[in-house]
Design a protein around this ligand. Structure first.
Ligand code: T46
Length: 135
């Protein structure tokens, strides 16, 4: 399984750091939605779904968290600990976010608006979906 983790360009000077993200340049898709999660308790696991079409980039802009990715054949855990790191997640990855630090803010850039019907929330359905895709 290929994990795509970007290290975005950091613009730093004596005032501090700045990261700028532009669609189709730093981010490989049109950014149609931005959301973020914070105050996630350390024992909480979120996600547990894949998507039919959505592409996303996850950036832990403060604190840290882990993401477990599962493509139906393999699983990998990725740590997000730096505000300039972005994890690309294609639609066909089952994802789980966990191990949030108390101060974690997880920012997500998404290629589409929120559509509940785009979610695959049943694991067996996800396995069937990924098998059909790889046929
Ligand atoms: C994903 C992972 C990384 C909205 O109303 N609009 C939105 O854009 C989103 C993302 C959520 N919501 C509502 C739906 C739920 O009532 O916010 C509530 C929490 O969403 P959810 O349980 O889907 O959150 P997570 O953390 O399980 O998953 C989210 C994204 O939904 C998902 O697409 O890939 O983060």
């Amino acid at each position: 399984m290929q994990v795509i983790k970007y290290a975005f360009q950091q613009h730093g000077d004596e005032r501090g750091m700045l990261v700028a993200l532009e669609e189709f340049k730093d981010i490989p898709f049109e950014i149609k939605r931005v959301y973020f999660m914070y105050e996630t308790k350390s024992d909480i696991h979120r996600g547990f779904h894949a998507h039919k079409n959505l592409e996303q980039i996850l950036i832990c802009i403060h604190g840290s968290c882990k993401v477990r990715l599962d493509n139906g054949l393999e699983k990998k855990v990725v740590s997000l600990e730096k505000p300039y790191e972005g994890l690309y997640i294609s639609n066909d990855m089952w994802r789980e976010m966990y191990d949030f630090s108390e101060d974690a803010v997880l920012l997500v850039l998404a290629s589409d608006f929120y559509h509940e019907e785009d979610y695959i929330r049943d694991y067996d359905e996800f396995i069937e979906f990924s098998r059909k895709k790889s046929r």
